[in-house]
Write a protein that binds this ligand. Structure first.
Ligand SMILES: Cc1cc2nc3c(=O)[nH]c(=O)nc-3n(C[C@H](O)[C@H](O)[C@H](O)COP(=O)(O)OP(=O)(O)OC[C@H]3O[C@@H](n4cnc5c(N)ncnc54)[C@H](O)[C@@H]3O)c2cc1C
Length: 484
């Protein structure tokens, strides 16, 4: 049995460069020093990045090999939940009174084939550790989130996506999985072998078993150049089609909507390029000190008028500076740069909604209205695109979608949680009315009825679970709810 170490860090996607630039301006003005207080979890409390919705478990195991996972699952007669980096935000990594499998030390390379651009790793490996392996071979991870701290297994289990143009979720890059099932048996699953289990494990939040190994496609590392453009909200979808999706040089793209109006997308596109590098580092170094960035986050969200700094200072600074770097550098960002000094009184969180492209405009306008009406302390809303997901049994992109990633600050007291729950459910309704869905790794505010409307495919996953896990051994706060 092991005691838990503190969970770490905070959120958001499109902020880092702007924050770095703003931080320099604020630092040179001598602004802002905050007190520190570390957030930590003790005993058998399984926390997550937000500091809220922790779960008390009965036992924790930290396997390093598949056989140890098998042994732990066989020996434990109660419920079992799996945890990776613990960046999900609503207790998806633990089940009350159950066994928690902490996968973070099951993180070794199994093999890599440079010529085929394929790698196989243990599921607890973080993207950043994989980047240390592939970068010297001039290879890159094909699809991952905007930050590199997440485990490969956790990312596959939520079927994460990034800013990669046209690639969709990470499941599209998974060749095969090794999975430990509820009876302790070990199976290999892929598109052609145990295909149902494969589809259920990708985006399945640990519902049918523990992913112990992941085989992934890689791509060549390339030089990329940042291009920043402002477009009007009503032109954005067309702009994306014509100038981003249709242009093969566009590698990464997102567009930020900023408070209080959320009506003028600032598009940040990274194109492949052969120009000289302006950033010479191949990867963002690990364990950097992000003290100044923390102060900037505070300024943006706590100072009167702070949110307007984004529009008046940060984006102008961003557009003024050319940036050419390696893809691996941009893909190795560390969430530590977003971590506030404390999460005791308030915490920084995400919610995400997916809507079909034909509903882009109506959803964006209504979303802005809800955020303003409820005075949501939004830092920004980051827009991305994904083609339809034909793989996962629980797909968040049933068709071609735009996603809206809301990054916001909220207080941690009970009344604040209730208030956030109310407007989040309003936004979930809005997404569903627009034939869309919401993302499942964040705070679990949806009602059961909303979940069932958003994810009608859950019934197929439930059926499969009844066969491979008849006692519902694998569980967590999301699955408790999703599988009843
Ligand atoms: C700052 C920040 C930025 C983010 N950016 C993005 C983004 O750009 N795109 C995006 O899609 N998401 C994003 N997310 C959400 C993130 O992708 C998910 O929270 C993801 O789960 C994190 O991986 P993890 O290793 O922390 O998984 P965890 O949170 O530890 O686990 C997530 C789920 O997967 C299950 N699981 C974990 N490992 C295994 C395993 N080996 N076998 C079976 N089940 C397992 C867990 O039980 C849990 O249900 C972001 C989150 C944060 C905090």
């Amino acid at each position: 049995m092991h005691l838990m170490s503190p969970a770490s860090t905070g959120s958001n996607f499109g902020l880092q460069t702007r924050r770095t630039l703003l931080s320099r301006s604020l630092a040179s003005a001598g602004l802002l020093v905050l007190p520190t207080r570390a957030f930590c979890a003790t005993g058998l409390v399984i926390s997550n990045v937000t500091g809220i919705y922790s779960v008390v478990v009965a036992r924790v195991e930290t396997p390093t090999r598949t056989e140890e996972v098998t042994h732990a699952v066989r020996q434990w007669s109660g419920r079992v939940a799996v945890g990776g980096g613990r960046y999900s935000m609503g207790g998806q990594v633990a089940v009350s009174g159950g066994l928690h499998l902490d996968m973070r030390v099951m993180n070794r390379l199994v093999w890599i084939r440079r010529e085929d651009k394929v790698v196989r790793v243990q599921a607890g490996m973080r993207w950043r550790d994989l980047q240390d392996i592939v970068d010297p071979l001039n290879l890159s991870i094909k699809t991952m989130q905007s930050y590199s701290n997440f485990t490969v297994g956790g990312s596959v289990s939520v079927n994460a996506h990034g800013r990669y143009v046209g690639r969709g979720p990470v499941g599209n890059t998974v060749r095969a999985l090794q999975i430990v099932l509820a009876d302790g048996s070990v199976v290999e699953a892929s598109g052609t072998q145990n295909a149902e289990l494969f589809r259920a494990a990708v985006g399945g939040y640990g519902a049918i078993g523990v992913i112990t190994e992941v085989e992934l496609e890689l791509v060549d590392n390339t030089r990329i150049e940042r291009v920043v453009t402002k477009v009007s909200l009503d032109r954005y979808a067309q702009y994306f089609d014509d100038s981003v999706l249709a242009d093969e040089s566009c590698m990464l793209h997102n567009a930020d909507l900023l408070p209080p109006e959320f009506n003028e997308p600032v598009c940040v596109t990274w194109r492949t390029m052969t120009k000289p590098l302006t950033e010479l580092g191949r990867l963002v170094p690990q364990h950097q000190n992000y003290g100044v960035e923390k102060n900037v986050l505070w300024a943006l969200t706590e100072l009167p008028g702070g949110s307007r700094l984004n529009t008046s200072v940060v984006h102008p600074l961003l557009t003024a500076r050319p940036c050419v770097k390696w893809l691996n550098h941009e893909a190795s960002l560390d969430v530590a740069e977003l971590e506030p000094r404390t999460r005791r009184i308030s915490t920084y969180v995400l919610q995400e909604f997916f809507v079909p492209r034909r509903r882009f405009l109506s959803f964006s306008r209504d979303l802005a209205g809800v955020l303003r009406r409820h005075q949501v302390e939004a830092v920004n809303v980051s827009i991305r695109h994904s083609p339809a997901d034909g793989l996962s049994m629980l797909p968040w992109a049933k068709e071609d979608v735009f996603s809206f990633v809301l990054y916001f600050k909220q207080r941690t007291h009970a009344r604040a949680l209730e208030a956030v729950g109310r407007w989040t459910r309003e936004l979930i309704d809005l997404a569903i009315e627009n034939e869309g869905r919401y993302y499942l790794p964040y705070q679990l505010h949806a009602t059961r009825e909303q979940f069932n409307r958003a994810y009608p495919e859950a019934e197929a996953l439930r059926e499969l679970k009844r066969i491979v896990d008849p006692q519902s051994k694998f569980s967590n706060r999301l699955l408790n709810f999703a599988h009843e």
